[in-house]
Design a protein around this ligand. Structure first.
Ligand code: ATP
Ligand code: MG
Length: 577
């Protein structure tokens, strides 16, 4: 793991510190990150990843990656592989890779134990009837008419559920807790349901599947998890989490985990503590897997890894470094208060990391020809530039200089507005690393479009000459037209143009708030040294922003660069900040 950013304090860390000091779990710390493999991971998941792996690392503990694959229909190996790749890319490695489906036999044995102990029963109510019996927040529920079946009858029925004798939905296994509980999660919640659907990991072996709350607590316990960190919406489920573990009492029933031991899994039973924290949310972003899935399915983006997506594979392709994402969640903190963090804070972290790590290069994205008329046509020179203004360790590179250059069109104004300090007719500007040029003439085509500006270079202002330090107001960058390489440059911006695209109170949906300017493709000219860039190499195009060689499409013969982030926050300016 490469993260060296300082650990900031949060309430979960304090709980772990206190429990360790008290000798709980023998001082051991075990966490897990438990994604459901039904989509790609997003920036919100990264919060959970950083928290779980971060706590484990800090305390010399373990953190498992567990695929929460108890739900058979929606899963796909594509998602499993992407999740593994994304966790590694973020800079973490798991202690054990597990699947909740590894524990199906254990879940089953635990359910039989609950039945034998009179703590669970097979119920024949339909889903609609269950809802009717459940009651409401203000009304207690009613007992199921099947609640008093004998343990023997329940065991027989449950075994026949497993054997496939009953149709989907015909029966459920339910915990026997309290239909009058103020917490609806405790009103005899379902533990198992029948679903005759093949499963990606276990194939046709099972037609009954455990419910999330039941499976999750047992999975945590058999993996020796000490702190089960989850988001706030599970707070009301915690009593059920604790109830299941207390009733099953794995620590005193080693026979229940024997199937895992037999299958060769490292097993150390714990009594985990569930701790809830607030989800991470970002403005200008939608972060639910369902909506991200819709964006992909309906072709509103180019795929899960479209550089505008808040998926980890998207921001990776966009050029956001993993260290920036770790720093971002570190700074955002971990609390129990729901809040939304500004996307600009993430962009600031991206700039900070790239500023320190990205070598500087020249690129011109909206080219205008500049001809230095007092140089001979075949003038050729090689200038040396530092790769990083603040870090000599980056070394230097050679950049070709010649009579004809590309400059940015916006660095020249024929009729300058007030305060414009770059090139104007008759005016002077410094060409970065070369010297001062003066615009003598503007060349236009028949329709009056400017096709080139003609300048003279003041030889006295070149490096080492007496006038080298002479001051002019503007400095602009350039590339040699003869030497530059053409590149496709993808200028990305935020996918949504409103602060909260999820807000549908005005009848609009997130789809109505897509930013039409979120992707613009231009042909740019790059200094020739960029021919060697490898995919995912990050650079700063001086004065333009931070860019990355596209992970998939960039090849030396056809360079493709993505803009990760501009040098300054243009959204804050637009918002009047
Ligand atoms: P989504 O609502 O986007 O579908 P999910 O919670 O269903 O997300 P899971 O695959 O179940 O997705 O999540 C895996 C882990 O990541 C869970 O522990 C979940 O609590 C956590 N997680 C998901 N979204 C966020 C978020 N925005 N902030 C922090 N943790 C999150
Ligand atoms: Mg989920």
């Amino acid at each position: 793991m490469t993260d060296t950013s300082p650990v900031s304090h949060n309430f979960i860390r304090q709980i772990v510190l206190d429990e360790r000091a008290a000798g709980k779990h023998g001082g051991r710390v075990g966490t897990r990150f438990p994604p459901e493999p039904n989509g790609y991971l997003h920036l919100g998941h990264a919060k959970s990843i950083c928290l779980n792996f971060g706590i484990a690392r800090e305390f010399g503990g373990s953190c498992n990656l567990r695929f929460d694959d108890t739900n058979p229909a929606k899963e796909d190996v594509e998602y499993v592989e992407s999740i593994k790749a994304d966790v590694r890319w973020l800079g973490f490695d798991w202690s054990e890779l597990r699947h909740a489906s590894d524990y199906f036999e254990v879940f089953y044995l635990c359910a039989e134990k609950l039945i034998r102990d009179g703590k669970a029963f097979v119920c024949d109510l339909s889903a609609d009837e269950v809802r009717e019996y459940r009651g409401t927040l203000t009304e207690p529920g009613r007992n199921s008419p099947f609640r008093d079946r004998s343990a023997d009858e329940n065991l027989d029925l449950f075994q026949r559920m497993r054997a496939g004798e009953f149709a989907d939905g015909a029966k459920t296994l339910r915990a026997k807790i309290d239909m009058a509980s103020g917490n609806i999660n405790l009103r005899d919640p379902a533990l198992y349901r029948i679903r005759k659907v093949p499963h990606q990991n276990t194939g046709d072996a099972w037609c009954i599947y455990p419910m999330y709350d039941y499976a999750h607590c047992i999975s945590d316990a058999v993996e020796g998890i000490t702190h089960s960190l989850c988001t706030l919406e599970f707070e009301d489920h915690r009593p059920l989490y604790d109830w299941c573990l207390a009733q099953i009492d794995l620590a005193n029933h080693p026979e229940l985990v024997q199937p895992l031991v037999d299958a060769g899994f490292k097993t150390s039973v714990s009594t985990p503590r569930q701790i809830e924290f607030a989800r991470g949310n970002l403005d200008y972003t939608v972060m639910s897997k369902r909506k991200l899935m819709e964006l992909v399915r309906d072709g509103l983006v180019a795929g899960w890894d479209d550089p505008r997506m808040p998926t980890l594979s998207g921001v990776r392709r966009r050029g956001f470094p993993p260290a920036a994402i770790r720093t971002f969640w570190e700074r955002a903190g971990v609390t129990k208060q729901n809040s939304t963090i500004e996307f600009s804070v993430l962009e600031a972290c991206v700039r900070e990391v790239l500023d320190a790590n990205a070598p500087r290069r020249f690129a011109v994205l909206d080219p205008l020809k500049l001809v230095i008329t007092n140089l001979p046509a075949d003038h050729a020179e090689t200038l040396s530039f530092p790769n990083h203004p603040k870090n000599e360790a980056f070394g230097t590179r050679s950049v070709a200089f010649s009579r004809e250059l590309w400059i940015e069109r916006e660095d020249f104004m024929e009729v300058p507005v007030k305060g414009f300090h770059r090139l104007v007719p008759g005016g002077e500007v410094r060409l970065r690393g070369v010297g001062i040029v003066k615009c003598t003439d503007v060349e236009k085509d028949a329709s009056g479009n400017i096709i080139a500006v003609h300048c003279t270079l003041d030889p006295d202002t070149r490096h080492g000459m007496p006038g080298a330090e002479r001051k002019v107001k503007g400095t602009i960058h350039w590339v040699s037209a003869r030497h530059a390489i053409a590149a496709e440059v993808r200028l990305y911006d935020r996918l949504f143009n409103v602060v909260n695209p999820d807000d549908d109170s005005d009848g609009k949906t997130y789809r109505d708030h897509l930013n039409p300017d979120s992707k613009r493709i231009v042909r740019g000219w790059l200094e020739a040294s960029l021919a060697d860039a490898v995919p995912e190499a990050a650079v700063q195009f001086e004065r333009l922003g931070f860019f990355v060689a596209d992970r998939h499409d960039h090849v030396p013969s056809k360079p493709v660069f993505n803009r990760a982030v501009t040098l300054r926050d243009s959204w804050a300016k637009a918002a009047g900040k």
